[in-house]
Design a protein around this ligand. Structure first.
Ligand code: FMN
Length: 193
């Protein structure tokens, strides 16, 4: 699939099943992430792969972080929300957490390091699409949670750009989405002062 076809075909799929990308396919997908534009070539992106039993263990981290946030805010944790945090990674057989590791640089502001990680996310989604996999980029409160960052070996100053869910769109899926039609209405302006 060429680049424009992959851009046109990519949709967020909320429920993905096996097979997940593995072996050469996973390497190609993560390599696409690492080829993202990166001001100063600081290589700020990190890719943490969650799968199998360790995905379930990371679900425990997410649930614990949710409860800790509630306690910090002085609210009672809602058991259903805690359970959702514990199980939500199971919406795909593989999740890649993309983060940006902060480097103090006189030339490359932190925001640009985070933008490089976001570009890596999009490269990963497009590479997965080109190889025939479904995907979805998710964030939510866990990406801003220092406990979650610490579980990935990140510092509070680092940033999680996204949880990228990867797998196969089920054949019978009512969730399989058609391509979006491009719509440039209101987006393009010929600058003419
Ligand atoms: C930075 C970022 C964070 C996102 N976080 C979520 C999320 O937490 N939950 C969610 O349902 N979708 C999330 N999305 C996916 C968007 O909702 C989705 O891309 C949008 O609805 C357009 O649909 P499409 O991806 O099928 O074209 C996120 C997308 C981006 C770029």
């Amino acid at each position: 699939m060429d680049a424009l076809a992959a851009i046109g075909a990519r949709r967020s799929n909320g429920r993905l099943v096996e097979p997940a990308p593995d072996g050469d396919d996973l390497e190609a997908i993560l390599s696409a992430g690492a080829l993202a534009p990166d001001h100063g070539e600081l290589r700020p992106f990190r890719f943490h792969v969650l799968r199998g039993p360790r995905m379930a263990r990371f679900g425990e981290v997410l649930a614990g972080a949710y409860v800790a946030r509630c306690l910090t805010e002085g609210t009672d944790p809602v058991p259903a929300k805690s359970e959702k945090e514990r199980t939500k990674l199971g919406r795909a057989p593989l999740v890649v957490v993309v983060s940006a590791v902060r480097t103090e640089s006189p030339k490359v502001p932190w925001i640009e390091q985070q933008q490089a990680a976001a570009a890596a996310c999009q490269n990963i989604l497009l590479a997965a699409t080109a190889l025939g996999y479904g995907s979805m980029w998710r964030t939510g409160e866990p990406v801003y949670d220092d406990t979650v960052k610490a579980a990935l070996g990140l510092r509070p100053d680092d940033a999680i750009a996204g949880f990228l869910y990867l797998g196969t769109v089920p054949d019978d899926s009512a969730m399989a989405k058609p391509p979006r039609l491009p719509d440039l209405t209101g987006l393009v302006h010929e600058w003419n002062p």
